[in-house]
Design a binder for this molecule. Structure first.
Ligand code: XMP
Length: 330
């Protein structure tokens, strides 16, 4: 029978044979696939691997630090870790931009630029590693080549600006659940291994309209509260019933509407933003239903967000199915 520990061992062996004493470069997004690719490459070739992690300032709350704590110098993996703090750069490029497709394009192009600059500093490498998994290979129909970068920021094509000889894709025969198992086997924390899907453009497409540092702070804080409360409710349910609740969402997050409205806080009249909560049940993310999160959980989340997140005075729950809605807001 097929065993995960033997998959990991065999892959480590074949990476060593292929790479020899060569240098490998990997764009680490902090997502499941690139994290597991980083973990297995690190075990195989240690410091011959360099991971570039671009923090675009559109990650979820504390996520950049979490990635650094796992893969950075104080983490458990032996590799060269480069974190690029490009937050201000991205906010500058996004200032005044409100059109969804334009925002996506700017975020994707800026990723290429930042990655290119770092790749130039590193110089020629022998291999460019990709976290391509089997469904990417099948979907692209091109042996995975168009899945490059796309998996990070949805910009097609091979990064021709990186000076490398060959692509290395250690996960290209694995399905998602197998990638997760490999991640656990490698000792990557569960929090990262069971991470929700998160779009390449990140919070950039969960902030309707213009992206600003202030709006990022608001949506990060609201989203962290929402996920914390849902996770707690799910854990409590499991403890009491021995199984997941029927409403267990496959993806859940907060977004920031571009709407401000009048409210009242103490004796003060407020004019603040409305946060939208989204939670969906879905099998393939192509169609989805709004998840029936218990009303009491939503009430707790609403009251915590309004009390703890400055700049928010209203909370909505999104009931829209996909279609006609999408899961994300832009
Ligand atoms: P939509 O909004 O299209 O989302 O219903 C379906 C699923 O895809 C994710 N998503 C993305 N993932 N880059 C990604 O890697 C993107 O640009 C992107 N846009 C949406 C979304 O989170 C959901 O799981």
């Amino acid at each position: 029978t097929w065993r995960m520990d033997s998959f990991v061992e065999e892959t480590i062996q074949s990476i060593r044979e292929k790479v020899g004493d060569g240098k490998v470069l990997l764009a680490l997004s902090g997502g499941v696939d690139s994290s597991v690719a980083a973990g297995i490459l690190s075990r195989a070739i240690g410091k011959q691997l360099t991971c570039v992690f671009v923090d675009h300032g559109l990650l979820r709350k504390d996520e950049g630090d979490e990635v650094e704590s796992v893969f950075g110098p104080n983490g458990q993996f032996d590799l060269n870790f480069i974190r690029v703090n490009a937050q201000e750069r991205y906010y500058g490029k996004l200032a005044g931009v409100t059109e969804p497709e334009k925002k996506r394009k700017i975020i994707g192009e800026e990723f290429i630029r930042v990655f290119e600059e770092e790749a130039k500093k590193i110089g020629a490498v022998d291999f460019l590693a990709q976290g391509t998994i089997y469904p990417d290979v099948v979907e692209s129909g091109l042996g995975g080549e168009s899945a490059v970068i796309k998996s990070h920021h949805n910009v097609g094509g091979l990064p021709d600006f990186v000076d490398f000889k060959e692509i290395i894709e250690p996960l290209r025969n694995l399905f998602k659940d197998e990638v997760r198992k490999a991640g656990l086997e490698l000792g990557i924390p569960e929090k990262l291994v069971f991470r929700q899907p998160f779009p390449g453009p990140g919070l950039g497409i969960r902030i309707i309209g213009e992206v600003t540092a202030e709006k990022v702070r608001i949506v990060q804080d609201a989203d962290a509260i929402y996920r914390e409360e849902v996770d707690k409710a799910v854990a409590d349910y499991k403890k009491a019933n021995g199984e997941e609740p029927s409403w267990m969402p496959n993806q859940y997050f907060a977004a920031l509407t571009n709407m401000r409205s009048v409210g009242v806080m103490g004796d003060e009249r407020t004019y603040d933003y409305a946060v939208a909560l989204r939670a969906v049940n879905t099998v393939d993310f192509m169609t989805a239903e709004s998840a029936e999160i218990p009303f009491a959980v939503l009430q707790t989340v609403m009251s915590r967000i309004i009390n703890e997140v400055k700049g928010v005075n209203r909370v909505f729950y999104d009931l829209t199915s996909k279609p006609p809605g999408t899961i994300e807001f832009e």
